[in-house]
Write a protein that binds this ligand. Structure first.
Ligand code: GLN
Length: 305
């Protein structure tokens, strides 16, 4: 497996030239576009990796499935479903999901920004700092890594340049879909996006989702299986935003991307995979990362279809 991953990573390395690192969050523009890493945890609990698998980067949108897990645990499926819909938006992650000048919960999806911002309001906590600490705690638990924290520079960078997310949040507020103070909610969202992880952390989190809510090896339950199933279904249909259909054809497993260059893939019943390569396509998905996942999926026959 090690040789296979090293060979595939080498084959995909040239694709790092075909994307651009995110620059709408200035701090992210400092990433090295040539980096590529992969970490896999397989069903026998074995770890396999290649390339820059221990490089630390910000989780960005890959935090969205964790926000959803926590919102589900705090409120249950029905109540979350009433506030944030489940249909794929087929639009970019920061799109304004309004149709016919109407905005309601069916226009939102937990895997795009408007839905994720509402998700922050659904997480329990007496302050937004407390909500954020619960998000961080769940990520540490899912990843089995108590050292995980935030990358301050990226947090401050996004907070100072987050006009688009502010616009989305105020729009939600104007439609009565966000009751709290916009800056408090966004502070929690920006901090959550700035949590620093490695491919190994993403592989661990992906494994818990693949294992219907239980940790590798010990099988200790972290989240109820029905919530893991809910999240995986939404990852399959909207985890790669408006690239989800093509991703389903090319790779065929639930996955989530982030503009930090990460991809977390969930191979149901089999594997958690973490990928890092920060050069992105126009949709905000890692170019070499998708290439590598496509090859891994083909070689190991991972597609669920
Ligand atoms: N923090 C980023 C934003 O809100 C996350 C987007 C992403 O990873 N696609 O714009």
């Amino acid at each position: 497996m090690k040789e296979l991953l090293e060979r595939l990573a080498e084959e995909c390395f040239p694709y790092t030239n075909q994307g651009e690192v995110a620059n709408y969050i200035p701090e992210l523009a400092k990433a090295n576009p040539d980096a590529l890493g992969i970490y896999i945890i397989s069903e026998d609990g074995k770890h396999h990796f290649a390339g820059e698998s221990m490089h630390s980067f910000t989780i960005q949108s890959i935090v969205k499935p964790i926000l959803l897990l926590l919102a589900l645990s705090d409120n249950g499926i029905d109540s979350v479903g009433e506030r944030v819909g489940v249909e794929a938006t087929g639009k970019p992650f920061d799109a304004i999901n309004v149709s016919d000048l109407r905005l309601d919960s069916h226009h939102l999806n937990p895997m795009v920004n408007m839905g994720a911002i509402v998700m922050c309001t659904l997480i329990k906590g007496s302050t937004y700092q407390e909500k954020f600490e619960r998000i961080l705690e769940l990520i540490r638990e899912l990843a089995g890594n108590p050292e995980i924290g935030i990358e301050e520079a990226v947090y401050r960078s996004e907070k100072s340049c987050g006009s688009k997310n502010r616009a989305l949040a105020y729009l939600l507020k104007s439609y009565g879909m966000l009751n709290d103070d916009v800056e408090d909610v966004l502070d929690c969202y920006f901090k959550a996006c700035s949590i620093a992880v490695t491919c190994k952390d993403l592989a661990n989190i992906g494994f818990v989702l693949a294992n219907r809510g239980c940790k590798p090896m010990t099988n200790e339950r972290i989240v109820p299986s029905e919530y893991a199933r809910y999240v995986n279904a939404i990852l399959m249909t909207c985890g790669m935003y408006d690239g989800s259909g093509e991703f389903a054809l090319r790779v065929g497993v639930p996955a989530k991307s982030g503009v930090g260059g990460g991809i977390m893939a969930v191979v149901p019943g089999k594997m958690g995979i973490g990928i890092y390569s920060p050069a992105l396509d126009k949709k905000g998905n890692s170019v070499a990362g998708i290439q590598l996942l496509e090859r891994v999926s083909r070689e190991l026959q991972l597609s669920i279809f």
